[in-house]
Design a protein around this ligand. Structure first.
Ligand code: GRF
Length: 202
């Protein structure tokens, strides 16, 4: 089987991107690194991608006449790089239905809460302030909704007595760095099948 090309969308520090890229570089995930696209010029993820020798593209949302044009530019870059899988690793924009359709069931997102609870931004803080005893993280395929797509893997993280939103987020992040690469590995070896809302791991 031809190796899958894995590309990334990231808006910030890119620790999840690094966690996946390191596994690809080490050969633990049977895939090739594609490109990284960021909507923020100052994203540390861009710098890391350059260090890996990857194509690192800042696509400025303000340079286009709207979301459609902006996304078209990203889709073109992704296709030019022959991307099989896109990993949204801390990408802070909602993808339009056009984008989702262009890569149907080929975009994986990491969310820092146990979906369907606490979707949207700051999932760790939302869960902490709600007072849950167990939170965690979720990987899922992106669909047209916000954090609503078919779930691939989840990891629970218990809330400790003296936790703050920050200390909880730090423990959740460790689990993100485990389940995101694992989800990518499963995809790249052809083990993920989407059936309606469910992801079957074969
Ligand atoms: C992570 O907590 C991720 O779950 C969320 O945004 C954060 C990104 O962190 N979507 P990083 O850029 O991967 O370090």
């Amino acid at each position: 089987m031809k190796k899958k090309v894995v590309s990334f969308l990231a808006s910030g520090r890119g620790s999840n991107f690094t966690a996946v890229a390191e596994k690809i570089r080490a050969g633990d995930i049977d895939a090739t690194l594609g490109i990284l696209v960021s909507d923020r010029e100052e994203a540390r993820a861009l710098e890391t991608a350059r260090q890996y020798g990857m194509g690192a593209h800042f696509v400025d949302p303000r340079a286009y006449g709207g979301k459609g044009e902006f996304e078209k530019a990203i889709i073109a870059l992704m296709k030019k790089a022959k991307t099989d899988l896109i990993v949204a690793a801390g990408y802070m924009r909602i993808l339009s239905p056009v984008f989702v359709k262009a890569f149907a069931n080929r975009i994986i997102n990491i969310h820092p809460a146990l979906l369907p609870s606490f979707p949207g931004v700051d999932g760790q803080r939302q869960a902490f302030e709600y007072g849950v005893k167990i939170s965690g993280c979720t990987t899922h395929f992106i669909d047209e909704g916000t954090d609503t797509g078919p779930i691939i893997l989840q990891a629970p993280v218990a809330v400790e007595k003296d936790d703050t939103a920050e200390s909880l987020a730090a423990r959740i992040l460790k689990e993100e760095h485990r389940i995101l690469p694992e989800s990518v590995r499963l995809f790249c070896q052809g083990s993920l099948k989407v059936k309606g809302r469910k992801v079957i791991i074969i």
